[in-house]
Write a protein that binds this ligand. Sequence first.
Ligand code: GDP
Length: 197
Amino acid sequence: HPFRSARYLLSAHNPQQLPPDGGFEVAFAGRSNAGKSSALNALCDQNALARVSKTPGRTQQLVFFEVQPQRCLVDLPGYGYAKVPEALQQHWQGFIDRYFRTRQALRGLVVVMDIRHPLKDYDRQMLGYAVARGLPAHALLTKADKLGRGQQAQTLAAVRRELAGAFGDAVGAQTFSAESRQGVDEARAVIGGWLGL
Ligand code: GDP
């Protein structure tokens, strides 16, 4: 699979540091500690591509990983971490809003959620941003290994019902686990499709 060759490209703290707006990008969002870094590592079959965050909320930047030239995965800062100062929160908001509103390369959004706490307010807001722009989005319900098969299926069905009600067929959902590798191929297929890989 092409994600194996993903490598760190750059980190952007402001719009001027973004790479040229050509090519294809898929952004990853999620609450701090949801399992976003672990999901990125699992997708790319690498142990330390996205650092598994020790200090949630500290990195206020967009991190670009290049899968192929002009084909990037973009790690958005984790949200929902209360201890980030107000000014930083606002900087984060402004930067992400602008990236979301204006980035032509952006082809889809993955929102990583702990399957035990799906669809929190900010998750919905991110999905709403994407859909409002006409972008497809995909909910990764990760840490599925923490639940039994029955509970996983129940949660997935409930999330799909809710997403269908709110967003029609613009937002997909699947179960995932970085630990057991459940759902990794399915996620690669969705993201690879958006990236034109
Ligand atoms: P991030 O803040 O969203 O990037 O989350 P991390 O990837 O750093 O993960 C947060 C915590 O959840 C870490 O302790 C991970 O080891 C754990 N974690 C992440 N993914 C999984 C998973 O699929 N299963 C289990 N059991 N734990 C996970």
